[in-house]
Design a protein around this ligand. Sequence first.
Ligand code: TA6
Length: 312
Amino acid sequence: MATERHHFELAKGINGLDKIVLRESRGRSAEVYLYGSHVTSWKNENGEELLHLSSKAIFKPPKPIRGGIPLCFPQFSNFGTLESHGFARNRIWEVEANPPPLPLNSCSSAFVDLILRPTEEDLKIWPHNFEFRLRVALGTEGELTLTSRIRNTNSDGKPFTFTFAYHTYFSVSDINEVRVEGLETLDYLDNLKNRERFTEQGDAITFESEVDKIYLSTPTKIAILDHEKKRTFVIRKDGLADAVVWNPWDKKSKTISDLGDEDYKYMLCVEAAAIERPITLKPGEEWKGRLELSAVPSSYSSGQLDPKKVLE
Ligand code: TA6
């Protein structure tokens, strides 16, 4: 029986698409479209949106929704022959009432389980049977957790291999005022330079032009410090070795039809991913990849403690 703690609402979203609304008693919320199992909203107790949704997002299949948290599966970007970022983000998922048990975070205030299985058409482009289960949970501290479980259900004995990403678009006050910590000194593949491998130098990452990098073997915790908002996003991840950092900046934005020209100023993608070492599953095997996002007040200002905050 569903208890109030695990309550979610099914509602109609943009263009009549079905969406799930998760609510927490202090007013925090999250929304997930069944189209793509796509988290489009995550709000804090003041009703502030923490994810960036494109001002020109098109909620119309087969175009994936621009912004929020698109799921890239079974292929990240063009690392393979499928459409960019695979097809999971533009399929209609189902709510699953009784998924195989997943240890429940006792701090979850609301969650929903969703599932995607391939159709006959999907099998023509990617000939593998799978079950992709996603749990989206909103915690009592407002944290948003996405747990993906992908199982090989092939009956022909064949393994399959995939790449994956939670392509999260964070909402930031001003991209020029943001820094990312946790990726310093790591190796990355630069998508703007034919995926050549480089090593990140020195300090935290800041932004002043287009960035599209795949950081390799990253730590399980990464932080985005938003100086102006005095807010830090903390990204915790399991099973996802890599982290993509993307901001299209002004010129590239103009080439993306469903992204507003000015959106790049207010968004930053930091994507927990498995790219460099693709995941291979034999029949019956399951992979799990977990992402936990929290937004906490920050007392950082360019790496320094903010004296005002400390005095408070
Ligand atoms: O994750 C970064 C990236 O792969 C970029 O190269 C950029 O093209 C972006 O994703 C958006 O991809 P999309 O297919 O959603 O337009």
